[in-house]
Ligand binder design. Structure first.
Ligand SMILES: Nc1ncnc2c1ncn2[C@@H]1O[C@H](COP(=O)(O)OP(=O)(O)OP(=O)(O)O)[C@@H](O)[C@H]1O
Ligand SMILES: [Mg+2]
Length: 297
């Protein structure tokens, strides 16, 4: 089984390659192609996870359907047969892992919702009992559930690595008060709906990042949604505040990288086949649990 590490769509204009996705311009639309690249500690690893891009794309599509009554989204179609004819020769690279989407003017803010304390949220809390300036009760632990979900926006970093948490007032100054309020309201309502669904599947949605954009039709939900790459998923069965929680999908990868004492500088190492296999199984399990169906291959 081979991993697709990079796409090549002939003359289709490539806009950029992120850590995981390749982005192309297709007429007025965008084509987002999720490869099988995997990142850990902010670096793309030398080995991919076969089908990861397909699994994550199918997870995003599931959520777009579940959430579409809360906010319109950018999806035009994920069916290669409905893509412009010039893309058909590349169906082998695109099938299952690509989305043709409406191009939006993106808000320069990562819209993060947190229901639990972890990562940069936990760091800030330890220093000041706040997250993004929002006061929280004393006595919370790494991994604790918050009294209620909070909107904790961040700036979009240019190198894709280190986003910086910002205050709500700073969002207001970037996008204006009315749109800041709309982004916060949408982010929290999407998080609540998704976290409730995940909970019913035995998965804790600790936090997640949304990106919104604007078209002539107004504000839409863009980018990927509620995938393991944009969210912290924890297994509800093993959740135990008081330390870093195991990552649903990447824990085998992180354990391995710690074991070999990688210095977390480029070039990132590859993974042994056993770690690849076990990680692939976790992505499939996330898909199965969240959607209640098997991945089509
Ligand atoms: N509908 C859309 N219209 C315009 N831009 C979009 C749309 N959906 C997503 N984007 C943008 O496309 C880009 C996708 O890039 P991608 O997430 O793959 O890489 P990145 O953000 O550069 O880095 P990283 O891999 O760290 O996330 C992002 O800048 C995102 O904001
Ligand atoms: Mg991104």
């Amino acid at each position: 089984m081979a991993a697709l590490l990079t796409t090549n769509l002939g003359d289709t204009p490539l806009i950029g390659r992120g850590k995981v996705r390749d982005l192309y311009a297709v007429d007025d639309a965008l084509l987002l192609v999720a490869t099988d690249r995997i990142s850990a500690f902010d670096h793309v690893l030398a080995t991919g996870i076969p089908d990861k891009g397909k699994i994550l794309t199918q997870i995003s599509l599931f959520w777009f359907r579940l959430l579409k009554d809360l906010v319109p989204n950018h999806l035009i179609t994920a069916k290669v047969s409905e893509f412009p004819a010039a893309l058909r020769p590349y169906a082998g690279q695109l099938e299952g892992r690509s989305m043709l989407v409406k191009r939006a003017e993106m808000f320069p803010v990562e819209c993060v919702a947190r229901g639990y304390l972890a990562g940069s949220g936990w760091k800030e809390y330890q220093a000041s009992k706040t997250v993004c300036g929002i006061a929280l009760p004393a006595g919370l632990l790494d991994g604790s559930r918050l009294p209620e979900p909070v909107f904790t926006p961040a700036t979009k970093s240019q190198d894709g690595a280190h986003d910086e948490n910002i205050s709500y007032e700073s969002v207001e100054s970037h996008v204006g008060a009315a749109e800041a309020a709309q982004l916060r309201r949408l982010t929290l309502s999407l998080y609540l709906r998704a976290a409730k669904h995940a909970q019913s599947c035995g998965i804790i949605l600790a936090d997640t990042k949304f990106e919104f954009g604007k078209t002539t039709e107004g504000v839409i939900l863009a980018d990927e949604v509620l995938t393991p790459d944009s969210s912290r998923f924890w297994d509800a069965k093993t959740w135990k505040p008081g330390g870093a929680q195991p990552s649903f999908d990447k824990q085998f990868v992180r354990n391995y990288l710690e074991e070999i004492h990688w210095n977390k500088q480029a070039p990132a190492p590859g993974l042994p086949s056993e770690v690849v296999e076990r990680t692939r199984a976790k992505y499939l399990e996330a898909f199965r649990r969240l959607t209640g169906s098997e991945m089509e291959s």
